[in-house]
Design a protein around this ligand. Structure first.
Ligand SMILES: [Zn+2]
Ligand SMILES: [Zn+2]
Length: 338
């Protein structure tokens, strides 16, 4: 399925077109993957509607890819034909800049994203450089593994950046695909920590309590105690201010959002130094992911084990899956099956 042009999904409900493309052949350092499944992510909506536009069109979207290696280039040494691997949002980085040399290739100026800067996984085949493909633990089916590659891996990075210590309190503002995996990770890694979930819908709040949150309430509500760390996954500004207010002195807010709505920036005029930042409160955003995040997270996910709920669609129904995501008809992570 290819994206031919940036469009508005409220008027165009068929943004992707089924197309016949040649099977790509791998460069010397690349592998060719016969794709089995590909997860559907909110970022695809941002790409289609032009908030993070692909630099070249047409492009094949999709960055939560699971498949089997069908061919390898001459310089490939670690992986073999027949291996099951995954590909995530990070497709490649330069490998030479300061960021790349310090395990921060997510910040590389030459960072390339799968399914945006290069063809991704809404297809039968794709190629990727060998170092950016990851063996998938056998604990997971293809469908279960796909959503872990984005929501799970970036959630893992957010939790790392929050510097949460066992016993400290953690808040989660917004409770979507990433946050519900973070909650399970945090409960496993920090069993003494209480987790407080802020979500708009009663359904999400109930789900959070089922998964072991100590408290769940609306994004406007006050938690019963102050929070050491908060991870925000909402696309808006209002809960950011509220989160800063809820932080304890020395607390840390990690914003895991590719963008924030500009229309509600007016909330920022309410930013008060004494209330929101004084006493060493910190704010940090999360950008992309590194290879190390994906590798470490997949091992952790297999240990816990994390089992995402999934809903599958055949590849030609990709538009339907995207529209349902847009309209928040969400029952588990959406996965396309080739
Ligand atoms: Zn994603
Ligand atoms: Zn680099």
């Amino acid at each position: 399925m290819i994206l031919n042009k940036i469009c508005d999904l409220t008027t165009n409900r068929q943004p992707l077109t089924l197309a016949e493309l040649p099977v790509p052949s791998p460069s010397p350092n690349e592998i060719l993957i016969k794709i089995r499944v590909c997860g559907v992510c909110h970022t695809e909506l941002d790409e289609i509607e032009g908030r993070t536009p692909p630099p070249h069109l047409p492009v094949v979207l999709g960055h939560q890819v699971i498949g089997v290696i069908a061919d390898i280039g001459a310089q490939v040494t670690r992986l073999n034909i027949g291996d099951r691997v995954g590909v995530a949002w990070i497709f490649s980085a330069c490998g030479q800049c300061d960021y790349c040399l310090t395990h921060r290739e997510n910040l590389c100026p030459d960072f390339k994203a799968t399914g945006r800067d290069v063809h991704g996984g809404y297809a039968e085949y794709m190629t990727v450089p060998e170092p950016y493909a990851y063996p998938i633990p056998s604990t997971f089916s293809d469908e279960e593994a796909a959503p872990l590659l984005c929501a799970g891996a970036i959630g893992y990075r957010s939790l790392q950046l929050s510097l949460l210590q066992n016993g400290q309190t953690l808040g989660l503002t917004g409770f979507g695909a990433s946050a519900h995996l973070v909650l399970q990770m945090a409960r496993y890694q920090f069993p003494q920590s209480k987790i407080f979930v802020f979500a708009r819908s009663k359904q999400e709040q109930d789900f959070a309590l089922q998964l072991g949150a100590s408290w769940a309430g609306d994004t406007d509500e006050d938690p019963p105690e102050g929070l050491d760390c908060i991870i925000d996954t909402t696309p808006v500004w209002k809960p950011v201010l509220k989160a800063l207010k809820n932080l304890k002195p020395g607390g840390r807010l990690v914003i895991n959002a590719i963008r924030k709505e500009e229309t509600d920036q007016s909330y920022l005029t309410n930013l008060q130094y004494p209330e929101h930042l004084w006493l060493e409160k910190e704010v940090k955003s999360v950008a992309n992911i590194t290879r190390r995040d994906v590798k470490e997270f997949l091992l952790l996910a297999a240990q816990i084990p994390l089992k995402p709920e999934v809903q599958t669609y055949p590849l030609p129904h990709a538009n339907q899956a995207l529209m349902e995501m847009k309209e928040r008809k969400i029952r588990g992570a959406k996965v396309l099956v080739m």
